[in-house]
Design a protein around this ligand. Structure first.
Ligand SMILES: Nc1nc2c(ncn2[C@@H]2O[C@H](COP(=O)(O)OP(=O)(O)OP(=O)(O)O)[C@@H](O)[C@H]2O)c(=O)[nH]1
Ligand SMILES: [Mg+2]
Length: 401
């Protein structure tokens, strides 16, 4: 693994640690890392020419099969490096794309990954025939689409056009589902956070969702929505989302925009942070930056410092951007911890609601049932014309009763 440090050498080594986790998730094994301090990556070979020779020696010494660079390489860098080293050359983007390809389960996920892969290939085709064919099989070549690498620019263009149409169709279906859900007038929250923070584990804990939680980066690619029942009898919609990462490839952000944006339509966000990770502070910054990039800002945030059960948990962490912060362990926490979190959830939900007084005719009793579920019913009085209520309900619902 090799990284260029343009500023902080420490930060480059930390980024390499994360690259090692990515490599591990993709099924590779790291033989070691090299960092070179440069004002900017070398436009021809990423690292300097001396370092390229050193890399060649390392490859031999450790009997390594390839090199993974910590930044996205240009076509020229990819070609030159693979010519000079005569081995498989991957970059951070290819590695992340590969993991996404292996984890995509639904049609939507697969189509979005293929789209991102094709965009990467299309932009790296020039003078790249050799470097790509040298990829052979294994990491960097997995995908839900063709197994054979597409090298024809026109064929790629046609495939991208057809996938774009499919993505647009799926986006419409997703929007219909969202409208139907918003018609239910329940408040909704999106669970966001850095990859592996414990978002899926938290969703499982709060609802009876049976979503996959794994010690893997990017275990979740498809947003799952579930209803959580709160102690006071209210309900809230919770959506698990794709994790974010430092240097998330732009092809993926583009292709996954509609899934990543699931958070855009939520009433508030639950931001899960692995407080036992040394880089938690950096991860929080990456999450907020990515949210901003996706045009999601200004929503109330509850930050959950998760994995508080671990000895490494950093109790000094703060999140000034969050409305509330909570410490818990989604996996091992007790009932009391969970109830405290529900309490915070209820408070934040309360702030999203407006006070209403209304008379519900006896012919429309379904409305009363919905207020009970989606809002907080303060009082009900049975009169001759109907039921006189006082309640807190979501803004959209206030217009409907
Ligand atoms: N010790 C401990 N481990 C946890 C806790 N919460 C989650 N984990 C573990 O952390 C790993 C990642 O959890 P996930 O729920 O898959 O994380 P995620 O944020 O959904 O990750 P991606 O979908 O990959 O972005 C799993 O191995 C979980 O068992 C916790 O409170 N304590
Ligand atoms: Mg997950």
């Amino acid at each position: 693994m090799v990284a260029v440090a343009t500023e902080d050498v420490d930060a480059a080594w930390k980024s390499l640690d994360e690259l090692e986790e990515l490599l591990d998730t993709a099924g590779g094994v790291s033989a070691g890392g090299v960092v070179q301090s440069l004002p900017a990556p070398n436009p021809a070979t990423y690292v300097g020419s001396g370092k390229v020779e050193e890399l060649a020696q390392c490859l031999e010494l450790y009997e390594a099969e390839g090199v993974v660079c910590d930044d996205e390489l240009s076509p020229v860098q990819l070609k030159n490096l693979s010519d000079a080293l005569q081995c498989k050359v991957l970059d951070r983007t290819l590695l992340i794309l590969d993991i996404f390809a292996a984890h995509a389960k639904t049609r939507e996920g697969k189509v979005q990954v293929e789209m991102a892969q094709l965009k990467y290939r299309a932009s790296h085709l020039r003078g790249l025939g050799k470097a790509l064919s040298r990829l052979g099989g294994g990491i960097g070549t997995r995908g839900p689409g063709e197994t054979k690498l597409e090298t024809d620019r026109r064929a790629i263009g046609r495939r991208i056009a057809s996938l774009s149409r499919e993505i647009a169709d799926m986006k419409r279906v997703r929007e219909t589902g969202r409208k139907r859900r918003s018609g239910s007038a329940l408040l909704s929250a999106a669970i966001v956070g850095y990859t592996n923070a414990g978002k899926s584990t938290l969703l499982c804990r709060l609802t009876d969702a049976n979503v996959l939680a794994e010690d893997k980066l990017f275990a979740t690619l498809d947003p799952t929505t579930r209803v959580a029942a709160l102690p006071r009898g209210e309900q809230v919609l919770l959506t698990d989302t794709v994790g974010f990462i430092h240097k998330l490839p732009h092809q993926l952000v583009d292709a996954f925009r509609s899934t990543l944006e699931e958070a855009k339509y939520a009433d508030f966000l639950i931001h899960v942070v692995d407080c036992a990770d040394k880089e938690a502070q950096l991860h929080m910054d990456v999450v907020y930056r990515t949210l901003e990039e996706l045009g999601i800002s200004g929503k109330p945030v509850i930050t959950v410092f998760n994995k508080a059960d671990l000895a490494e948990a950093d109790r000094g962490l703060r999140d000034a951007r969050a409305e509330r912060t909570v410490w818990l362990s989604a996996k091992h926490g007790g009932r009391a911890e969970l109830l405290a979190f529900f309490g915070v959830l209820e408070e934040v939900m309360q702030e999203q609601r407006v006070y209403v007084e209304a008379l519900i005719p006896y012919a429309q009793m379904a409305k009363l049932a919905r207020v009970r579920e989606a809002g907080q019913l303060l009082s009900e009085e049975y009169t001759e014309e109907g039921v006189q209520i006082r309640a807190y309900v979501a803004r959209e619902m206030a217009g409907m009763i």
